[in-house]
Ligand binder design. Structure first.
Ligand code: AMP
Ligand code: MN
Ligand code: MN
Ligand code: MN
Length: 282
């Protein structure tokens, strides 16, 4: 029985576990194929590959690229990438540079609201100084006692309209998709149910993604309701796109679903892993 989970984070981005610890947990949970998909960085893949070989599971090289589409931030998974390919490496480098500059602006905004030292505080939680993400700020805000836990921080801080939010321009959709394709990977629109776009805009978004070279939708993911699973399975079927399955695991206490503990893909789906020769349905 296969258990394929293609969306997971480590300390190389905003996850809490090292790549080795993540692989060990996935193996314990019965995952047979795991993708490590850190935000905007592929630095964890080498360690994950060694750990996966040691416990006898298959590792798929992945990344989750931050993209700006109109007023929206989208996340595009690149699955089964050549993580050394130059276009991808250079593109991710440019996204990471933007991240550091944004982290300084987030810190400045929090300071205006009376919360000092946030950049240094967030950096203490970041496993990789090149990827300072909002969860690192959130953990620092919990430490400072301004909220009980990370989800509570995201209700009152760091999001549109709240203290500590800053606008930022990430990669262009077409560029991110092109980097993934250049690296031989499959571009998959991550957690489409999380984007606050209406039904018509969602069709436009998927159409643009496909026109740019996008090839799959993440149908089953930790944040999708059953209704969203069915809806995005239908979107994928209508356009003959691949369907992906990934927990979007970030670590103990920060995710509802552990690696491998999410539902199977609906039967009508064309699983993305068939693109690289996995033969199992689930
Ligand atoms: P960033 O890329 O720095 O904007 O950080 C985005 C990350 O913050 C996402 O990948 C999630 O891990 C986390 N995140 C975003 N919104 C929430 C939320 N409402 N609750 C908890 N975590 C969130
Ligand atoms: Mn994240
Ligand atoms: Mn995401
Ligand atoms: Mn993710």
């Amino acid at each position: 029985m296969q258990n394929i989970d293609l969306h997971n984070h480590s300390r190389i981005s905003d996850g809490l576990l090292t790549p080795t610890e993540l692989v060990a947990l996935a193996a314990k949970n019965g995952v047979t194929t795991l993708a490590l998909t850190d935000h905007d960085d592929v630095e964890g893949l080498a360690e994950a590959r060694t750990a996966a070989a040691a416990v006898g599971i298959r590792l798929i090289n992945g990344v989750e690229i931050s993209v700006t589409w109109g007023n929206h931030t989208l996340h595009i998974l690149g699955l089964n990438i050549d993580s050394l390919q130059a276009d991808l490496v250079n593109g991710l480098q440019s996204v990471r540079q933007g991240r550091l500059e944004r982290a300084q602006r987030i810190s400045d905004e929090l300071a205006k609201g009376g919360i000092e030292g946030a950049l240094a505080g967030a950096l203490r939680y970041a496993g990789n100084p090149n990827i300072v993400a909002r969860p690192h700020f959130a953990r620092y805000l919990v430490e400072q006692g301004v909220a009980r836990d990370v989800p509570a921080v995201f209700k009152r801080f760091l999001v549109k309209g709240k203290m500590g939010y800053v606008k930022h321009r990430w990669a262009d959709l077409g560029d991110a998709v092109a980097w993934i394709r250049a690296a031989g990977g499959v571009p998959v629109l991550a957690h489409p149910g999380r984007y606050e776009v209406g039904r018509a805009s969602m069709d436009n978004l998927i159409d643009e993604f496909v026109a740019a070279g996008g090839q799959g939708l993440e149908v089953v993911t930790g944040s999708h309701t059953r209704e969203q699973v069915e809806r995005f399975a239908a979107h994928a079927a209508k356009r003959q796109l691949y369907a992906s399955r990934g927990s979007d695991y970030h670590g103990p206490g920060e995710s509802y679903f552990e690696p491998g503990k999410i539902p199977p893909l609906p039967l009508q789906c064309m699983p993305v892993w068939t693109a690289w020769g996995e033969t199992q349905i689930q």
